[in-house]
Design a protein around this ligand. Structure first.
Ligand code: GDP
Length: 296
């Protein structure tokens, strides 16, 4: 586990002959390496600081059991705290509501919202045998609604017929009504993004939320998001109130610190991860996988 970090910590503790309980100095030296690893993985500064305090409190005075080295002991404690912070239990999409269950997808442009909407619809259809209707509320990008329709045909999920000239709220109302009258189990709302967070985007999301009354609001965020992750997650959560996070591009070579940052500042679970462009590339969230990446 974490060969890189383990090696560094072993190096620190090798210089110490002490055994038994971990002393504060030993732990401080180790935590400097842990901090470096977190920051290299793009964990936000404040999140890294809080994390280190928590891990430190647990490590100082911990008895080192005979079978492992002090370095391994610290790695284990750090790993435990990391898993706890990331959320140790997988939290699936909540389908415990009266149909049609509304799921609203939010996030910045290019984060993977449309792709993830279709991936989730496919999963709900195939694995959970739900009848799903998807609707794109993105009237800014001319091709957005057509893009969702194409993906819908690809995964065998219906999309709301496109009517030009409607506002996002009008489309949301039409989708909700169609889902209700036609007996769909789930209605998914793919919303428009922007290149960055701004007031009009947040106002539009709040308006759509009021019309769509979503049971789940999933923030779709790129795993490669760096220090911006905190700002992104906090803004969407404060203004719209997210119920979970879907982390995309986990197949890329990012270290995944954004996952820890977003989870820590919102307390909202990471529900799913995107692992590629294909429609099958959607996985449950396994905290250990992300922990391994973060600590390298
Ligand atoms: P939106 O603007 O948020 O709706 O983003 P899109 O769904 O259009 O996705 C933007 C690009 O990212 C597309 O080329 C997708 O194929 C790609 N994409 C989405 N999710 C993933 C993922 O998990 N991994 C990879 N490698 N690419 C992804």
């Amino acid at each position: 586990m974490f060969e890189g970090l383990s090696e560094k910590l072993a190096g620190i503790f090798d210089q110490l002959t002490r055994r038994g309980a971990l002393s504060e100095e030993d732990v401080n030296a180790a935590m400097r390496e842990v901090r470096r690893a977190l920051l290299e993985a793009d964990v936000a500064l404040d999140v890294a600081r809080t994390f280190i305090e928590k891990a430190k409190a647990r490590a100082v005075g911990a008895e080192v059991v005979k079978s492992i080295s002090p370095g391994q002991m610290v790695v284990k404690i750090v790993n435990d705290v990391l898993i706890e912070t990331l959320g140790s239990d997988a939290e699936p999409i909540d389908l415990n509501a009266a149909p049609p269950i509304a799921i609203m997808m939010v996030g910045l442009q290019g984060a993977g919202k449309t792709t993830t909407t279709a991936k989730i619809a496919k999963r709900l259809t195939e694995r959970f045998k739900k009848r799903v209707l998807m609707a794109s509320l993105d009237v800014k990008r001319p091709a957005a609604q057509e893009q969702l329709a194409i993906l819908g045909r690809q995964v065998g999920v219906e999309t709301l017929p496109i009517i030009a000239g409607q506002t996002p709220v009008q489309i949301a109302r039409r989708a909700e009504e169609a889902a209700r009258l036609q007996g769909y189990d789930v209605v998914m709302f793919d919303t428009a993004g922007r290149t960055h967070i701004d007031e009009p985007l947040m106002a539009e999301m709040a308006e759509i939320k009021a019309a769509a009354k979503p049971h789940e609001i999933l923030l779709v965020a790129d795993a490669l998001t760096g220090q911006d992750a905190v700002n992104l997650a906090k803004n969407f959560d404060d203004r719209v109130g997210i119920t979970g996070i879907v982390l995309t591009r986990v197949d890329g070579d990012g270290r995944g610190g954004a996952a820890l940052s977003m989870r820590a500042v919102t307390g909202k679970p990471i529900k799913l991860i995107g692992t590629g462009e294909k429609m099958e590339a959607l996985d449950d969230f396994h905290p250990q996988r992300i922990a391994n990446r973060i600590l390298g």
